[in-house]
Design a binder for this molecule. Structure first.
Ligand code: ADP
Length: 366
């Protein structure tokens, strides 16, 4: 594909971007805070000028965290599409308003250049009904309250890469993908299709994360409303931004920092302990859903970089066929399980941007 493509990856706290030329990544960067659209656009402008590609920009690709039950395939943004996306805002007030603002800003600044939207929820489109439904009155399911699942662009990349390095036979097996970053989730995949995932209606569900609680007893919201007069919005903000490892440690959401402090601060040790215990439990749950396990893939900032955490998560999972090789794990090799391990354990560096860039190229060529 000739020409330049910019990808924009707006997470919950920061925006990352990358520039691709002729299908290859030539630069990546982080553009600061999500609410500073003007600052971000000037960063992107600087990037294009620095590489002399302002005139050869052929498309901009956007990561959109929530596509609801409406969007699955990547799509070129139009007024109508954005109006539909705006209707999904109540589903994801944390991400969608800022993501839509970025699409609108790019539409203005790069007039005539297609803006391609790529949805994180799309990977989970085939969730079986037992994984998709939440056990509350059915009328809410009919109104869209269900498990959607997130981190889909990362999972798409991990499955592509797994096929490239281990072959199609492996990707048809029973696979658990672990995306462990500030946000953390798992997806279980069989025959190449996602059959379960830990995040649900919002990215707050599932595993313990940096600042998100993961799964909670729903009774807690009512208790805090009664005891402290906490509103639903305050509860959502607490569970999303002040909980997880930050909430437990009272100091940091950052695993590297907590690991440095765990010997001297019991709260840091408990935060890491909780993270690893819950992460291990979820492997068991997802493997039970799959009827066994052939491959476990670690990814995301924690999964890619921390041998200590990978080791602790896998401790005691020999009954599932997971037998880690300490040396390989320490060196962060592509395969970190022993030769004789029934399930293979891999580390794959994820790349959401390349999935977005590929989608842009595909769409503008058709
Ligand atoms: P995001 O979800 O925001 O994209 P990342 O995927 O970059 O975040 O993951 C960030 C997390 O990865 C942080 O908790 C950070 O401490 C952790 N991390 C990165 N490198 C290491 C490392 N070498 N050891 C332990 N944790 C690490």
């Amino acid at each position: 594909m000739d020409g330049a493509v910019v990808t924009i990856n707006a997470g919950s706290s920061s925006v990352k971007f990358a520039l691709f030329r002729d299908g290859k990544r030539i630069e990546s960067g982080a553009g600061g805070r999500l609410d500073d659209v003007a600052g971000f656009m000037s960063e992107v402008g600087r990037l294009l000028r620095a590489h002399g590609v302002e005139r050869s920009l052929v498309g901009v690709g956007h990561r959109i965290v929530h596509g609801g039950s409406r969007f699955f395939e990547p799509v070129i943004a139009s007024g109508e599409i954005l109006a539909e996306l705006r209707q999904l805002m109540p589903f994801d007030p944390e991400h969608l308003p800022a993501e839509i603002a970025l699409v609108e800003a790019c539409t203005r600044v790069f007039a005539g250049v297609p803006q391609v939207l790529c949805f994180d929820t799309a990977f989970h489109r085939d969730l079986p009904i037992v994984a998709r439904m939440l056990a509350i009155p059915r009328k809410y399911f009919d109104a869209g309250v269900r498990r959607y699942g997130f981190h889909g662009l990362s999972y798409t990349y991990l499955m592509q890469e797994l096929e490239r390095v281990a072959g199609a036979k492996t990707t048809r097996g029973r696979v658990i993908l672990a995306h462990l970053g500030n946000g953390a989730s798992r997806a279980s995949v069989r025959e190449g299709r996602c059959v379960d995932t830990t995040m649900a209606f919002t990215p707050t569900a599932g595993l313990v994360m940096g600042t998100r609680s993961g799964d909670l007893d729903p009774g807690i919201a009512a208790y805090l409303a009664r005891s402290e007069g906490m509103s639903a919005e305050q509860f959502a903000a607490m569970a999303s931004s002040r909980s997880g490892m930050l909430g437990v440690s009272e100091t940091s959401s950052d695993v590297r920092e907590l690991l440095e402090r765990e010997k001297s601060d019991p709260r840091a040790a408990e935060a890491i302990g909780l993270f690893c215990f819950q992460a291990r439990k979820w492997i068991g749950a997802l493997a039970a859903g799959l009827g066994g396990l052939d491959v476990l893939v670690f990814s995301g900032g924690i999964g890619e970089n921390s041998a200590v955490i990978r080791g602790r998560i896998c401790e005691g999972l020999e009954f599932l066929g997971i037998d880690l090789d300490a040396g390989r794990n320490e060196r962060g090799e592509a395969v970190i399980s022993r030769e004789e391990s029934m399930a293979s354990v891999r580390v794959i560096r994820t790349d959401e941007e390349s999935v977005i860039a590929e989608a842009v190229c595909r769409l503008i060529e058709t």
